[in-house]
Design a protein around this ligand. Structure first.
Ligand code: PNW
Length: 452
């Protein structure tokens, strides 16, 4: 294939958000509160005391946002459904008004020829389910499949791509091991079971979809290559452990039907003997894999860092984003080619890629964000390079359409193509929005790096 023409003609160009991060009005129209609503309203949990009460006000401004997407020329928009808007108690009674919001959103997208990619779970578990044990309860897979079925029945005629769960690793590790995300628990035994139940929930929803769905379903994983900070045996072993902890913990059961052997070493006595019948169920025939890619890990052996004994450190002089994450586009090519060689080359969407930077203040109605422009161009190029090398990549979604509620970081970290003014939620395109519009219009021409 000649340089600059890597992207196949049906390649999807998208942008992504999630419900709690952009919608605002989390209790409107009869919605039940989520664990993130509770967490953000607990003093000390989120930077600056920020909450999703207003966020981007997308719940009321979605038509304006769909118009912005149409202006960019997006072929798809990835958003998530707030479980508690549809089922205020997490189970049982359906709240018609909450469901109707998503029907209106999907219709508005289709009117503009934008395909919806719908995530069923992007971290906002109904608080009523947390009170029953949340993802620690073995019944959580059934709760989730029942909720999923309601959405499949309501929307599968108009939705061609479903994502069951966004980043189970972040839910289990940041929410239940490190305690920096909702529900804020710190318990290794709990975290490994939560991960297992999230994977079972994904499998149950896939099985339900297999019986009544007509399109595609997958899961979105945060994947990150792990590289040793030195050539020492200890650092290389540490990078391997961290690789099992972040990537293998999910990929191996989903594609190979087993957890990595390293998991028992990493977690010691907190790692249970999971029944093989359950592990078999997790190896499920999803239609695609969603990859959320931001950075790589630069890893040093460090016994003080639990549970892996592997520290992610800053590489000296490396370019980093406002999150402190190294800018490393080649890691995206690496991950995509590893899926090809080690996991059977599944159909893949990059369901998130993007960066937070300290954007300049708007001047004369413009926001210059040259570092985000460079980040997007380089990463889209890295994705194209993987396609040229044979990866089955079908589409790419920028994280994020809008500056939004960045979880424990509040509103200080801005990932958007559009700046959102914190005082009145007005939207302003950044230079990166213009750049992405041009990339879409030219179908990514000229972005593939020369082979090195
Ligand atoms: C993802 N990590 O979160 C989420 O899917 C988004 O909702 C979020 O806004 C975006 O990335 C930017 O952070 C992650 O610690 C959070 O490795 C943390 C990690 C990875 C992804």
């Amino acid at each position: 294939m000649s340089r600059g023409h890597a992207f196949p003609s049906g390649f999807i160009w998208g942008a992504a958000t999630s419900a709690y991060q952009v919608e605002g009005y989390p209790l409107a129209d009869g919605a039940g509160p989520s664990i993130w609503h509770r967490f953000a309203h607990t003093p000390g949990r989120v930077a600056g005391g920020a909450t999703g009460d207003l966020a981007c006000g997308h719940y009321h401004r979605f038509r304006e946002d769909v118009a912005l997407m149409a202006e960019l020329g997006l072929s798809a928009y990835r958003f998530s459904i707030a479980w508690g808007r549809v089922l205020p108690d997490g189970r049982g009674r359906v709240n018609r008004k909450g469901l109707d919001f998503y029907l209106r959103l999907v219709d508005a997208l289709l009117e503009h020829d934008i395909q919806p990619m719908v995530t069923l779970y992007h971290w906002d578990l109904p608080a009523a389910l947390q009170e029953r044990g949340g993802w620690l309860d073995p019944d959580s897979a059934v709760w989730f499949a029942d909720y999923a079925q309601i959405l499949f029945r309501a929307l599968d005629d108009r939705v061609q791509a479903w994502v069951t769960i966004n980043e189970p690793w972040v839910v289990a590790v940041l929410g239940h091991l490190e305690g920096v995300h909702a529900p804020g628990h710190r318990d290794a035994r709990e975290a490994v079971r939560v991960m297992h139940h999230l994977l079972l929930a994904h499998a149950e929803a896939c099985a339900t979809y297999g019986a009544l769905g007509r399109h595609q379903i997958g899961i979105a994983l945060n994947l990150e290559p792990q590289h040793p900070a030195s050539d020492s045996e200890a650092d290389r072993a540490a990078a391997d452990r961290r690789d099992a902890f972040i990537n293998g913990w999910l990929l191996d059961p989903l594609f190979h039907g087993r957890y990595p052997e390293a998991m028992a070493d990493i977690f010691g006595s907190a790692w249970p003997d999971f029944p093989s019948t359950e592990i078999d169920r997790i190896r499920c025939p999803a239609d695609f894999l969603g990859v959320n890619y931001y950075s790589r890990g630069w890893v040093r052996d460090d016994p003080a860092v639990q549970p892996t004994g592997a520290a992610r450190i800053e590489r000296p002089n490396a370019p980093v984003t406002a999150m402190g994450w190294e800018v490393y586009p080649r890691g995206l090519t690496e991950i995509l080619l590893r899926l090809k060689t080690q996991y059977g080359n599944p159909p893949v969407y990059i369901t998130e890629n993007g960066a937070a930077f300290e954007d300049s203040a708007p001047t004369a109605g413009r926001v210059e964000d040259p570092r985000r422009v460079a980040y997007l161009r380089e990463h889209i190029g890295a994705a194209g390079a993987a396609i040229q090398a044979g990866a089955d990549l079908r589409g790419y979604f920028v994280w994020s359409l809008l500056d939004n509620f960045e979880w424990a970081e509040g509103y200080a970290k801005r990932f958007g193509l559009f700046r959102v003014d914190p005082s009145d939620q007005s939207r302003l395109p950044k230079a990166s929005a213009e750049c992405y519009k041009d990339i879409i219009a030219s179908h990514g021409a000229g972005l593939i790096p020369e082979p090195s």
